[in-house]
Write a protein that binds this ligand. Structure first.
Ligand code: 5AD
Ligand code: SF4
Length: 442
């Protein structure tokens, strides 16, 4: 019998992409081959996201499309993985052509669950764990450029922001052992990788349970010390846990990238309180001041939600003014989407009309476009060390890469290759890209 094939489609955040690499590894251990051709697959997994309603709608549409695949191939098995599996549980069996439901902490059970499915029954495991970190599973690298990779360092979230479904779909916060993280990073470096991103819902609350003094700052420093040629990034940080100690370590090591993703969500202290973000506008601005003082060349990006429950026009203006004051280099911007069973859904009214949410979001996006362009224009004339990671999509004669600040930089290829560090002097830009040319630094 020929080897069975699994096709994995991933939705949502980087954490989910990292989880799909763990799922891939588990499937390989039971002799499945990973395929990028959906038509060849015996098993299709959708690794799903529940963060906003439209993320779930996309998956629902996909599931309906997959029904026709099943008609053509009755032996095909479809599995729903990740946050939607956790949120909707067995209920989804009633609605969709799904054979298997597996929550984010239950991937080790996939071999058993597939056995059940192969015997013609449906199977589910949505038990959340307090310990699972998949610590010693070596992920297969999907979407692989051979240069950058994710390493998941902690899972779960206990912040309970009132709008957010994640604490319910991903459970309690738990950190992975430093040893397994450092070994994974060393192994990647030896295999030729040059950039790793440490991932967690709140990376900076990382704390190893066997040695509470081993916090995120210590972990980051240990990774930076592996080799100066290995760059380190991390996402996502919570503003409440951005300590000066951490900022000093970022400043100290050249290979710790000077880019912090620090979701603010709103510029209004009143809204932040209702969101249970545990900081005020003033606290956030104080952290920004600290970043700019300790790491003057640090890029700051953010997430913003427009139209949270009860948000007034004045609250919205506070968000715009905070964006101006910080001058974010980049932002992910969303309309508030009520999620069932969250505190906001239970206690507050989703009372900002949709057209107002849309208008506010447009204003936020428009302002961010200006801020990103201003930030890029400010880089013209500067020289950055860029890690080349691909051939430019627009021209084979150009390379594309990122600088420490996580900005995309495009430059003439000349004799440079992917995985090279190249010093690039910036000569031009758009709001999304820096354009430059290589310079020799004596
Ligand atoms: N509605 C809109 N955006 C949300 N986010 C989280 N929950 C919601 C929601 N219910 C956004 C936040 C978070 C990012 C990952 O998604 O900005 O930082
Ligand atoms: Fe990631 Fe959150 Fe979406 Fe789950 S709900 S996939 S944790 S963004």
């Amino acid at each position: 019998m020929s080897q069975k094939k699994v096709f994995i489609e991933t939705y949502g955040c980087q954490m989910n992409f990292s989880d799909s690499e763990i799922v891939g590894s588990i499937m390989k251990s039971i002799d499945y081959q990973l395929t990028t051709e959906i038509k060849e697959a015996n098993v299709i997994f959708l690794n799903t996201c529940s963060i906003r309603d439209n993320a779930e709608q996309r998956v629902n549409r996909r599931l309906r499309e997959l029904r026709s695949y099943k008609k053509n191939n009755p032996d095909l098995k479809i599995g729903l993985l990740g946050c939607m599996a956790e949120r909707l549980k067995e209920q989804i069996f009633n609605e969709e052509a799904v054979d298997l439901i597996v929550g984010p902490d239950a991937y080790r059970d996939l071999p058993n669950l597939l056995n059940t499915v192969d015997s013609g029954q449906k199977a589910a495991n949505v038990i959340l764990s307090e310990e699972e970190t998949y610590a010693e599973i070596e992920p297969v690298r999907l979407d692989n450029n051979g240069i950058s990779a994710f390493i998941s360092i902690m899972r779960g979230c206990e912040n309970f922001c009132t709008y957010c479904v994640v604490p319910y779909t991903r459970g309690k916060e738990r950190s992975r052992s430093p040893e397994t993280i450092i070994n994974e990073a060393k192994d990647l470096f030896q295999k030729g990788y040059r950039e790793i991103t440490l991932l967690g819902q709140n990376v900076n609350s990382y704390q190893w349970e066997d040695d509470k003094s081993f916090n995120f700052t210590k972990l980051l420093e240990s990774i930076a010390l592996i080799n100066p040629l290995l760059r380190v990034r991390f996402a996502t940080s919570h503003p409440k846990d951005i300590s000066d100690e951490l900022l000093h370590i970022i400043a100290k090591y050249e290979n710790i990238c000077k880019a912090i993703h620090l979701p603010v969500q709103s510029g209004s202290s009143e809204v932040l309180k209702k969101m249970n973000r545990k900081y005020t506008r003033e606290w956030y601005m104080n952290r920004i001041e600290a970043i700019k003082t300790i790491i003057p060349d640090c890029a700051v990006s953010t997430d913003i939600i427009a139209g949270f429950c009860g948000e007034t026009d004045e609250n919205h203006q506070d968000t715009l003014s905070l964006m101006q004051m910080v001058g974010f280099d980049y932002a992910f911007m969303f309309k508030y989407s009520e999620r069932p069973d969250t505190v906001a859904a239970k206690r507050f009214k989703d009372d900002v009309p949709d057209h107002i949410k849309s208008k506010r979001l447009e204003e936020i996006i428009e302002l961010q476009k200006h801020l990103s362009l201003a930030s890029n224009k400010n880089d013209i004339g500067k020289t950055f060390k860029v890690l080349a990671d691909s051939i430019s999509k627009r021209s084979k004669l150009k390379l594309s890469g990122r600088n420490s600040q996580n900005k995309v930089v495009v430059f003439p290829k000349e004799d440079y290759n992917i995985a090279d560090y190249v010093n690039i002097k910036i000569t031009d830009c758009t709001s999304a890209t820096l354009i430059g040319e290589a310079v020799l630094i004596s």
